[in-house]
Design a protein around this ligand. Structure first.
Ligand code: DC
Length: 221
């Protein structure tokens, strides 16, 4: 038996931060599905594969090996055995990842991988379509939301902490652009599942948000 917490919401809303703390508190494995799309994107960029080169994308998907591992308390992302945790978060990948994630073939392939990564485990899975498509029967479904301006402000802060250079205007534009692509795509768009608990995090503190999420999970466990 496994216990599944699904966390969905737009770019930069804080899903990653929440998932990390919740995973530690409830001893769950944290699965960042965005990282899987980012790995495919990075590999396409490295191999100079364009969005319409379906044969090349199919080959890439059969050859690629994506793993998320815990090393010294940190989740690291391995692409064909190489640690790409930082490389998958550069502006170049940010720009290209939403278009890549609209591709049906990529989504189908990664859907299997995301389910396999979670099989038989107690997990917290974060993304855009977890409550609607990847785990429609998840035990807990939470949808986090915030204004694009607030999300851009948080992303800039996060990037600075990670040593990634960026400007607020650039990040805001990228956030808005990704919202548009993520919510309007045909396959598994960013959408709140009907039975997901909606939390607007624009004005609440991280502490308040965490307490709310803890309560929701404790009730279901
Ligand atoms: O959560 P993130 O910012 O790392 O996600 C990067 C991109 O991946 C996002 O713009 C859309 C896509 N994505 C998706 O389509 N479905 C998911 N479950 C997770 C991410």
């Amino acid at each position: 038996m496994s216990f599944i917490v699904a966390i969905d919401g737009p770019a930069g809303v804080g899903k990653g931060t929440i998932a990390k703390v919740v995973a530690e508190k409830f001893n769950l494995i944290n699965i960042d599905t965005g990282a899987t799309f980012r790995c495919v994107t990075l590999e396409m960029l490295n191999k100079n594969i364009k969005l319409d080169e379906e044969d090349k994308i199919i080959r890439l998907l059969t050859e690629i090996n994506i793993e998320i591992k815990k090393v010294e308390g940190e989740d690291i992302v391995l692409l064909n055995g190489k640690d790409v945790s930082l490389e998958i978060r550069t502006p170049k990948v940010n720009e290209f990842v939403s278009p890549v994630s609209t591709l049906k073939i990529v989504r189908e392939n990664l859907l299997h991988l995301q389910r396999k990564m979670s099989e038989g485990k107690n997990v917290i899975v974060e993304g855009r379509d977890i409550g609607t498509t990847v785990f429609p029967n998840a035990d807990v479904k939470i949808y986090l939301d915030a204004t694009p301006e607030e999300r851009a402000r948080r992303r800039v802060k996060q990037n600075i902490e990670k040593g990634i250079e960026c400007s607020y205007e650039e990040v805001l534009e990228s956030v808005k652009n990704r919202d548009k692509i993520d919510s309007s795509r045909e396959t598994a768009p960013l959408k709140r599942a009907e039975d997901a608990i909606y939390i607007d995090c624009t004005k609440i503190s991280l502490e308040e948000l965490l307490n709310r999420v803890f309560e929701i999970i404790e009730e279901k466990m």
